[in-house]
Design a protein around this ligand. Sequence first.
Ligand code: SF4
Length: 278
Amino acid sequence: MKLEKIKEKAAARTVSYVAPANSIMLWRDPEADIRVVASGCISPSNNTKTGDMLQVASLVDSVGPTEAIKKKIDNIVCFTCALARMVCYVNPVFLLAIWKATNNQEPIGGFPRVLKHVRFGSYGEIAGVLPLNIMKEWIAYLQENKLKWTGYTHRWMDLGVSPWSQWIMASIDAITAAKLNMTVIELKEWANSMDWPTYRVLDKEEVEDLVEGDILPDEILCPYFTHKVQCADCGLCNGKRLPIWSRLLQIFKPNKRKNIVALLGGAKNKRKAYTKAV
Ligand code: SF4
């Protein structure tokens, strides 16, 4: 396609929308005490792994994230995540600024018309929290505008076979596996059996430390660790496993979607806490 045509198409996609603030409240359920926010609507994100993506997080609505952790009510948004508090790599002080910035806002009643790729679940759970019809609308907006998204959930066990696996990856880690008295591979296979694509974290920090068998035949290593490809350019962690009924109809053309494996990242103390907890 000629460059002019590409430019024309891109211009047609551009929605004339100026984000009212860098952090925006997208959705809120006062009864459940949850708000869903987007940050990075104006300023670029400086997350070196994700690149510049809109970060969508679920926060406790009534108190800031630091207080929620102190009061041990962060399970309102983190549910039973085994990494909560000690191992979670998200800085609650950074989240507090987002919570404060969205405190006097009302939900915008849609998805911000910002032409940025999106990371769902930068903190807290979105899967099974946000009404499904709203998520469908948001995904439709992203698809219409050829924008990528990534998303992760630790709630896949509670959700079981779920439409959320179309868009979101099941997070697999050794701490959760140990809690359930399973191997991490058994945990991964359990998620896959319920049609969740998986994002499995290995307890290794360097590509050089990998040995044969660390990555299973139906997995690939996240390209960030090999080629420094950022999520904003990659977008492989976007769920998209076909529903089971659809895959059954595809006996002759099975879904070859690979699961993702990642190395241990985050701050040194969090990596240490993870390795200790495994
Ligand atoms: S596989 Fe791609 S989208 Fe997933 S974490 Fe790695 S870089 Fe990001």
